[in-house]
Design a protein around this ligand. Sequence first.
Ligand code: ADP
Ligand code: ZN
Length: 210
Amino acid sequence: MNVVLLGAPGSGKGTQAALVCKNLHLAHISTGDLLRQAVKQGTELGLQAKEYMNKGAFVPMELVLKLLEERLKQPDCKKGFVLDGFPRNKEQLEAISKKIKTDVAVLIQIEDSALEARLTGRRVCTSCGETYHISHLVTERCPKCGGALMIRSDDNVQTIRNRLQVFHKETQPMIEEYKTMGILEVVEGDADMLTVYQGIMEAIKKHDNH
Ligand code: ADP
Ligand code: ZN
């Protein structure tokens, strides 16, 4: 079962992808996480990617594809995966279609007005990677592991606006193609985490022929 999870920045893609993977025993492939890892490790690729990410622009596809291809070779991807953050435009869709078969594409739909508040309030644990919203935090430490929390370097207002703009210009037209292919499912994203999760699980089940 191969799932593509779609949604604007802040739609909750990452959180939902992790939940779905845990439940269905699928591999979680996040191109954003792969890129951030490369940046953290200071690899050549990471250094190149960093400038684009900080501006809220797409990293050149060749770089992302390189990380993605390596990731797809890992044994855990054999049983299926949830792809989170790729493809993001028609060019990327074409590239990935040559490599993998997608069973279903699930779009988490949500208004822009709800997204900015979500992203500016996002905090990430520096030690376990869990994400939170400040409105749910009582201390400045990670509730799960006690680690220090930080703001992602691309979660500032200017970069957020860019990311949203790029989403509408590049990603939205690509989503139409999944619709044409007959594998698009849309789930309302402005709801609590569990409700969104249940919507996604139902959407996936509709396309599960395994
Ligand atoms: P979000 O979806 O909230 O923007 P991600 O963690 O998925 O967050 O991605 C963070 C950044 O990584 C993007 O703004 C972009 O610069 C880069 N990136 C991730 N996936 C891709 C991709 N498929 N193509 C190009 N750039 C990407
Ligand atoms: Zn933590």
